[in-house]
Ligand binder design. Structure first.
Ligand code: SF4
Ligand code: SF4
Length: 181
């Protein structure tokens, strides 16, 4: 009998505690958002899909094929292919988002602010192969690049210096002799 009474009192006590906890939260506004109806606003430093930027003013690709991102990536998910005929020019770029752990090391090491994290986290695909992005899928448009340079407060890149062919700068020998006379 005493046992039954003790269990009844304990049950009522536990229900009262549960109800008290519920009542404490009744007046609070929700802290979750109704995704996907409401897409959350993310911070500039949030790390999601990786992308390559271009100069927002000139549309030049900012990758100089230095391979620093490829070397530092702990997951070996980056493959940089430079143009064999033009030093400092990128030919292709592969990034496996299925392997990436979004550590941000590649972004930190990039000397030209070319590789960045975007705020796009909706990257689901039906196959792992589709998570391997090539240079076309990775490269942002001028407008997208401008948005991220402003959003992340990255200093705007300067246009690449125009290389003048050596023949154009060489002074003809005959002209030099003429000038000396
Ligand atoms: S974020 Fe980290 S894991 Fe992902 S590509 Fe960059 S260095 Fe590799
Ligand atoms: S993305 Fe940056 S670090 Fe990677 S190869 Fe291009 S310039 Fe170098």
């Amino acid at each position: 009998m005493i046992n039954i009474l003790r269990k009844t009192v304990e049950g009522i006590y536990n229900i009262a505690i549960g109800m008290f906890t519920v009542l404490k939260h009744v007046g609070r506004s929700p802290i979750t958002s109704s995704y996907p109806d409401v897409v959350p606003e993310l911070f500039p430093a949030s790390r999601h899909r990786l992308a390559l930027t271009v100069n927002p003013d000139t549309a030049e690709h900012l990758c100089i094929a230095c391979k620093q991102c490829e070397r530092i990536c702990p997951d070996t998910c980056i493959t940089v292919i430079g143009d064999p005929e033009k030093k400092g020019v990128i030919k292709d770029f592969y990034l496996d988002h299925g392997l990436c752990m979004f550590c941000g090391l590649c972004v930190e090491v990039c000397p030209t602010n070319c590789i960045i994290n975007t705020v796009d986290f909706e990257m689901s695909e039906y196959s792992r192969e589709d998570l391997i992005y090539d240079i076309d899928r990775l490269t942002l448009t001028q407008e997208q690049s401008r948005f991220y340079f402003d959003f992340k407060e990255i200093p705007k890149p300067k246009p690449k210096p125009v290389k003048v062919p050596a023949a154009a700068t060489a002074v003809p020998a005959a002209a030099t002799v003429q000038e000396k006379k």
